[in-house]
Design a protein around this ligand. Structure first.
Ligand SMILES: C[S@@+](CC[C@H](N)C(=O)[O-])C[C@H]1O[C@@H](n2cnc3c(N)ncnc32)[C@H](O)[C@@H]1O
Length: 295
């Protein structure tokens, strides 16, 4: 058996040799700084120097795909006016981790108290609008839709719509397809999953047509203009603003608050907090859940 100290020495030697391994492309601090500046300006995302290896690894793939030899060439390409590679770069640098029924308290609240009055409204012919902002591959959005269909089984023939947006077109395409490995739905309550997903080939589950008809997936950069005017009865923006700096977060909370009617609900991620001008408009109502004042 290897002694712990020998093991530690071997591990740190392995780390040193891995860190010292020459990179395929040289990547200077100035080049990293320029990419971080672009990312913040375009997508609001803050990329601290500690994430330099992540930026290198993700963009090295783009350099290979484009058969470029240097980051200098890559930067020249992404800074060209109207360059389509700019969007590819932003997409490559987003973090898309997500899960069905992630942070389950939000869905418990929807089922228990938020959706029942909205169901009454929908059944009386009223309008219900929900926005899943920064939806990634759609797991969050379909989790919401499953709860909506429990409360309003005929939602597809009512004035009920769910908007799902993200800056990354690749994850949106996955969301629109609505196909996931069966295991991805392990945290979805069986009573909801069995009504809304069907088995397809390859051991996958596919969102059924009624559920997909409720949802529109659209590319939208939260830093840009928003074509929709709202109001939204429920707005999810979870684990997105955490990548933005404080000032950008505060501006975003205010824009969301302006799109909620009195009593409208905003759900944010577990490590995010409302601060700034929106604080006066949003009343805390449960864990990382807020209700628009005036209701
Ligand atoms: C970590 S995922 C969160 C997914 C989901 N909301 C959840 O909590 O499971 C963050 C998502 O925000 C998106 N995103 C990041 N910056 C964005 C921006 N400026 N505009 C729109 N979406 C953005 C990313 O592409 C990514 O899919």
């Amino acid at each position: 058996m290897t002694a712990p100290s020998a093991l530690a020495a071997a591990m740190s030697a392995a780390e040193i040799s891995r860190d010292a391994a020459p990179r395929e492309f040289s990547f200077s601090a100035a080049e990293f700084g320029e990419i971080a500046r672009l990312l913040r300006a375009e997508a609001g995302i803050d990329m601290p120097p500690a994430k330099e290896p992540l930026v290198y690894a993700r963009l090295a793939k783009r350099l290979r795909a484009l058969r470029l030899r240097t980051f200098k060439e890559y930067l020249a390409l992404v800074t060209e006016p109207g360059s389509p590679e700019r969007a590819q770069m932003l997409a490559a640098l987003t973090t898309n981790v997500t899960r069905f029924f992630r942070e389950p308290h939000h869905f418990e609240d929807l089922r228990r108290k938020v959706l029942p009055p909205l169901a009454e409204r929908a059944k009386a012919g009223g309008r219900v609008r929900i926005w899943s902002a920064g939806c990634s591959t759609g797991m969050e959005t379909y989790s919401i839709a499953m709860c909506v269909l429990e409360a309003i089984p005929d939602a597809a023939s009512r004035d009920v719509k769910i908007l799902a947006t993200d800056i990354n077109p690749k994850v949106l395409a996955e969301g629109a397809a609505g196909r996931y490995p069966a295991d991805a739905l392990r945290d979805a309550p069986e009573v909801l999953r069995s009504r809304t997903f069907e088995s397809v080939e390859g051991g996958q589950l596919q969102a059924n047509a009624a559920m997909r008809s409720l949802i529109t997936f659209r590319e939208l950069n939260l830093m840009g203009d928003w074509p929709m005017k709202g109001p939204f009865d429920i707005l999810f923006c979870r684990n997105v603003a955490i990548y933005f700096d404080e000032e950008t977060q505060q501006r975003l909370w205010k824009r969301f608050a302006d799109l909620l009617p009195p009593g409208g609900r905003l759900c944010i991620g577990h490590s995010e907090r409302i601060a700034g001008p929106a604080s006066a408009m949003l009343i805390s109502d449960g864990v990382t859940s807020y209700e628009r004042s005036g209701g």
